[in-house]
Design a protein around this ligand. Structure first.
Ligand SMILES: [Zn+2]
Ligand SMILES: [Zn+2]
Length: 231
């Protein structure tokens, strides 16, 4: 197949138009729209809340029992990022995960995390049927590809959980309590990167990290999400 044909076919299968202005671009967001995207500057290294001054960990996190060792994310769930996540989650554009993971890769490299294995938060069966794919798995897949680190499932859902969106913090914690298990034949050790799309209250991520810690002999657990939603 000629290069032209290959490109043409690729263009038909994966047209790359900027999701904001509709212009053809090399990625999902064109250069001029990319410049308008906001990225966080000073934030807590455990939960992503904005920080002022020279602190590395926020007051809340310094008082709480730590469930994971470090946290990183691409942007706050706000403005243009809401559109990116919406088209990623609901308009069947899983390839946006590549865009997110390329930014994520740079941030992870800066943190100098030594990751042995990348895994992700599993989706409920209901959500998987409805959406057809797990958006967190796509992010994990592309992070693995871009960082050259193996990735795969480690966790599964033991019970059907309600969508967290409709619940308050206490209900969310109850909803996911003991909801996860580790896939039996998975023997992973060392440092794990746990991936999800959005971090809101952290209830799901905390339960997942706790389950990983209790069932595997791990050293460090790092957490990465595409966005951090402040409530
Ligand atoms: Zn654009
Ligand atoms: Zn914090």
């Amino acid at each position: 197949m000629s290069f032209f044909l290959k490109d043409l076919l690729f263009e038909i299968l994966f047209p790359t138009r900027c999701i904001f202005c509709g212009k053809y671009s090399e990625g999902f967001v064109c250069k001029s729209c990319f410049e308008k995207l906001k990225f966080p500057k000073n934030y807590c290294g455990m939960c992503g809340r904005p920080l002022t001054g020279s602190l590395e960990i926020c007051y809340n996190c310094s008082k709480e029992k730590k469930v994971w060792d470090s946290y990183e994310f691409v942007a706050y769930y706000d403005g243009m990022w809401k559109e990116i996540i919406a088209s990623f989650k609901f308009k069947n554009k899983p390839y946006l995960a590549d865009f997110i993971s390329q930014i994520g890769k740079e941030k992870i490299l800066k943190r100098e995390w030594r990751i042995d294995y990348i895994t992700y938060v599993p989706l409920s069966y209901r959500a998987l049927v409805y959406r057809g794919y797990n958006q967190s798995e796509y992010i994990a897949h592309f992070l693995g590809k871009n960082l050259k680190i193996p990735y795969g499932p480690l966790l599964y859902l033991k019970k059907d959980i309600k969508p967290q969106k409709s619940l308050n913090l206490r209900e969310r914690e109850k909803n996911v309590l003991n909801a996860f298990g580790v896939i039996e034949d998975k023997k992973v050790s060392g440092n794990i990167l746990l991936v999800d799309d959005v971090y809101t209250t952290g209830a799901t991520l905390k339960e997942c990290a706790k389950t990983l810690r209790e069932n595997l002999s791990l050293n460090k657990i790092y957490v990465f999400t595409a966005v951090r939603a402040l409530i």
